[in-house]
Design a protein around this ligand. Structure first.
Ligand code: ADP
Ligand code: MG
Length: 157
């Protein structure tokens, strides 16, 4: 189509060799995040999604002593101590999309803060047009591959 430009899709691939490096990657990425940004985290159990989210929290200025854990039982946890709110969703235990509807997630995704969604593959249909996809793979005991793809949006590290 003349005059119509598709936004460039950029993929960045990282290998981390311990949890601290994964935290550091999250921390770096968070420095360039803006209110309303959505991060979809995908990958097996233990691949580092929550660890990475810890880094995001640190990068947004959430204090180190505030422990970021997987909110598996509450679906959504909110951290308000940073420069903007962080909404951390973990959909591991989610069976149906309809269950999510009861959480009021829409307010978060279109909200005033950064939204991180673990197990985002379960709710692909609800993601906004622009988001950052982060895929985690276990490559060894302490080795993780982390692929960051910008979907219709610009990201910086
Ligand atoms: P998920 O949220 O994807 O289930 P977690 O972040 O909760 O995964 O757990 C990852 C586990 O793997 C933690 O126990 C962490 O210490 C360990 N680990 C070892 N190496 C790494 C690494 N390179 N990156 C992230 N976590 C790692
Ligand atoms: Mg987790």
């Amino acid at each position: 189509m003349v005059g119509h430009k598709r936004p460039a899709i950029k993929i960045m691939r990282f290998i981390t060799n311990n949890a601290e490096q994964t935290i550091e990657l999250g921390r770096k990425l968070a420095r360039n995040l803006k209110p309303g940004d959505v991060l979809a985290l995908e990958g097996d159990l233990g691949s580092g999604k929550t660890t990475f989210t810890k880094g995001i929290a640190l990068g947004l200025g959430v204090k180190k002593n505030i422990y970021v854990t997987s909110p598996s039982f509450v679906l959504i946890r909110e951290y308000k101590e940073g420069k903007m709110p962080l909404y951390h969703l973990d959909l591991y235990r989610l069976d149906k999309d309809s269950e999510l509807a009861t959480t009021g997630y829409e307010e978060y995704i279109w909200g005033d803060g950064v939204t991180v969604i673990e197990w985002a593959e379960k709710v692909e249909g609800i993601l906004p047009k622009e988001y950052v996809l982060v895929k985690f793979s276990i490559k060894g005991q302490d080795k993780r591959e982390i692929k960051i793809t910008s979907k219709n949006k610009k990201i910086k590290l």
